[in-house]
Design a protein around this ligand. Structure first.
Ligand code: KL2
Length: 566
């Protein structure tokens, strides 16, 4: 008998092909201004900023300022690979973080397809009844506006099983259907973690030009909520790290639905009255909550830190048969702006410092860490390498290159040394600046004198290694970011303007030690048992990109299974 989350994963996990061109010319067509006069399927070569393979997308994926392709209509998938070309997405803007003057907020009419009532504030749940999750045994895909869930164009996401050896993971790829029964011994504690940016409705409406490839009814919140809750229920992860969770939807719909499924939910809203935030929800049957640390990156007295992104760090005690270590789970959504790598790195440093505080053990080591989120940085970028390698020499690095989101980055300023001012109180090793005695007094911890000494020495050495950052954790990524058999890049987000990886689950792997020179903290780790496979950009455009009928965010969910040895 498979455990519950594996049973549900054994079902076919699908995304569906979209409707024929005639559909898009019909009344269903999304009513954003840039639709006017556009033909539905002539080819347009679109190039994302990171992935070398070349992708064709319909021309309506391009922004208003982009030159239209003038050639004959044809099916892009029939084009020979040799005709594929790659160029960078010069139109990627940073609006949302730094609004551009031309930015248009989509109206309610754009999204709902009807005029708003003067006496009614927008409440998507008024439009369609969303059954509470616990009421719906067989959660139906809603039938809106004549749109029924199609059975065409299924894409399977496989369960990849790594058996017992993480180093063997690229060799062992097993379909979920073949997944053997869970053999959890009493000395093991196995658990699953999901990271999922669910696309807040507010951001969808703010950036609706990114979703003009979607049929309008698929963008209704009620439709998307139903699908998202369905997905969460089916995958049944023990820990959910969700990003872009809109505060009102969290309070009235998401939290109650997840509580009914046995989750305890913690939430941190973005600062600056932003309407969304991050949630960490865990199965109360599997974990007890030890501590909650909401993390704000905004600092009123530091010009660099004027953005409203946040993080959330929990310490969870496994409810195992025997005594076990706690697990530190962190979730974040870093700044989007592709130009501002300086801000992204500083936000990350704050989060790492907070994690170090939460995960620190009495012996000076760290408990196992799972770090999830949308880092708005691509694999191989300096920010991504810093997380994985524990070290980054940033001398001469321009701020636009930190995240790798753009091939021709516009942030030309070189990172200052140090990147953030001393007044932030965080060292170049991403720990809170010494005051170790103060911190000890505050937390009541009895850290060994030796550890205190190490932190002080490390801070002193900061001045010597000024243009390099370090952190204390050796983190591995659950995903390898390329399809093992073909080398084609995987993506975690896909909409009109881009298809890249920005979401990750990092974890402290078993038997690793801190990368910090001179401070060899032991860091007990986790064994990766399996993961849900990602998809390529080509896979996703074969079902009309994201969101689509079955996947209702512009991100894919990430899911991993870990083992904690007791
Ligand atoms: O890339 V994201 O989507 O992780 O899926 O994170 C940000 C972007 C999110 C929060 O700021 O809003 C999205 N172009 C594309 N996406 C944008 C833009 C933009 N100009 N502004 C905000 N977002």
């Amino acid at each position: 008998m498979l455990p519950r989350h594996l049973q549900s994963l054994g079902r076919t996990w699908v995304a569906h092909a979209e409707y024929p061109p005639s559909f898009y010319r019909s009344r269903h067509m999304f009513r954003c201004p840039w639709w006017a006069g556009q033909q539905p399927w002539p080819p347009y070569p679109h190039f994302n900023s990171w992935h070398p393979p070349v992708i064709w997308r319909p021309h309506h994926f391009c922004g208003p300022s982009r030159t239209r392709y003038q050639g004959p209509p044809c099916n892009p998938w029939n084009a020979p690979p040799s005709s594929w070309v790659h160029f960078s997405n010069v139109n990627m803007s940073s609006k949302g973080e730094e609004p551009m003057p031309k930015r248009m907020k989509c109206t309610e009419e754009d999204v709902l397809g009807r005029k708003p009532s003067p006496n009614r504030s927008y409440s998507p749940t008024n439009d369609f009844r969303v059954p509470p999750l616990h009421e719906a045994s067989d959660f139906p895909i809603p039938d809106h506006d004549g749109v029924k869930a199609s059975t065409r164009g299924k894409i399977k996401r496989r369960w990849e099983d790594f058996g017992h050896d993480f180093s063997e993971m690229s060799k062992v790829l097993v379909n979920r259907e073949n997944q053997h029964a869970n053999t959890q011994a009493p000395e093991n504690f196995d658990f699953t973690v999901m990271s999922y940016n669910i696309l807040s409705q507010d951001l969808l409406e703010d950036n609706c030009h990114l979703y003009k490839h979607c049929r309008r009814p698929l963008l209704f919140w009620s439709y998307r909520l139903t699908n998202i809750l369905q997905e969460l229920k089916q995958l049944d992860a023990d820990i959910l790290c969700l990003q872009e969770v809109q505060e009102d939807h969290y309070r009235t719909q998401i939290k109650p639905s997840l509580e009914a499924l046995g989750y305890h939910c913690e939430y941190k809203t973005r600062t600056g009255r932003k309407p969304d935030g991050c949630a960490i929800c865990f199965k109360s049957s599997k974990f007890a909550l030890m501590s909650v640390k909401p993390v704000e990156y905004y600092r009123h007295n530091i010009a660099l830190l004027d953005r409203d992104n946040i993080g959330l760090v929990l310490l969870l005690q496994p409810k195992a048969e025997r005594d076990t270590q706690a697990v530190c789970v962190a979730n974040t959504h870093l700044l989007y702006n592709p130009r501002r790598g300086d801000i992204k790195l500083t936000q990350l440093a704050i989060l790492l410092a907070e994690i170090a505080g939460v995960a620190l053990l009495k012996d000076g080591g760290f408990c196992p860490i799972v770090l999830c989120g949308d880092f708005n940085s691509v694999p191989g970028s300096p920010l991504h390498r810093f997380i994985k390698e524990g070290m980054l020499n940033y001398q001469g690095l321009t701020i636009g290159k930190v995240s790798g989101q753009e091939q021709s980055p516009r942030g030309q300023r070189i990172l200052s040394i140090p990147i953030w001012p001393k007044s932030l109180g965080i060292s170049q090793s991403c720990v809170f600046e010494p005051q170790p005695k103060q911190r000890l007094a505050k937390t009541g911890d009895s850290l060994e004198e030796e550890t205190v000494q190490k932190i002080a020495e490390e801070t002193a050495s900061d001045t010597k290694m000024e243009s390099s950052l370090q952190h204390h954790f050796r983190l591995s990524s659950v995903y390898s970011h390329f399809v093992p058999e073909t080398g084609v890049p995987e993506v975690t987000t896909c909409h009109s303007r881009t298809a890249i990886t920005v979401d990750y689950i990092f974890f402290s792997a078993k038997n690793t030690i801190s990368a910090q020179p001179g401070t060899e903290f032991s860091c007990s780790g986790l064994q990766l048992l399996g993961r849900m496979s990602l998809l390529t950009e080509q896979d996703l455009w074969s079902v009309n990109g994201l969101p689509n009928e079955n996947c209702s965010s512009d991100h894919l969910s990430l899911l991993a299974k870990f083992r904690l040895k007791i």
